[in-house]
Design a protein around this ligand. Structure first.
Ligand code: SF4
Length: 123
């Protein structure tokens, strides 16, 4: 199995700092791959990245929510969305994204498409 970074990712980068096998990389080009991604061929499923994510974006593959219920106000980050996000990474570097959308309170979204996107990035 592997862990999966979902579209709740806003490129904080703290996850890649703690990964013991360097399985986590920033998507590039950002317009096509707007989040970070985990290489399923090297991930050892240790779970160290999960608590590092301030956006709670990382799940074991078999626990990625098909029906994620939004708290309200959190952003999803996917190709095809047009909302702006300007923030800071774990290291204080500027993060500027143009592929986000704020979720409404109680809105339900399927985060499982991230499974294929993680694999596509490394294919
Ligand atoms: S679960 Fe462990 S090995 Fe896999 S990406 Fe996260 S930190 Fe790296």
């Amino acid at each position: 199995m592997t862990h999966i970074i979902t579209s709740l990712c806003l490129r904080d980068n703290g996850c890649s700092d703690v990964c013991p096998v360097e399985s986590i990389n920033a998507g590039t080009p950002v317009e096509e791959f707007p989040t970070y991604y985990i290489d399923a061929s090297t991930c050892i499923d240790c779970g160290a990245c999960v608590p590092e994510c301030p956006f709670h974006a990382i799940y074991p593959e078999d626990e990625v929510p098909a029906a994620y219920k939004a708290i309200g106000g959190e952003l999803i980050n996917e190709v095809g969305l047009a909302g702006e996000y300007n923030g800071k990474s774990h290291h204080g570097e500027t993060v500027a994204l143009s592929t986000t959308r704020a979720l409404a309170t109680g809105e339900v979204v399927d985060l499982r498409k991230a499974i294929q996107e993680n694999r596509r990035f490394y294919s």
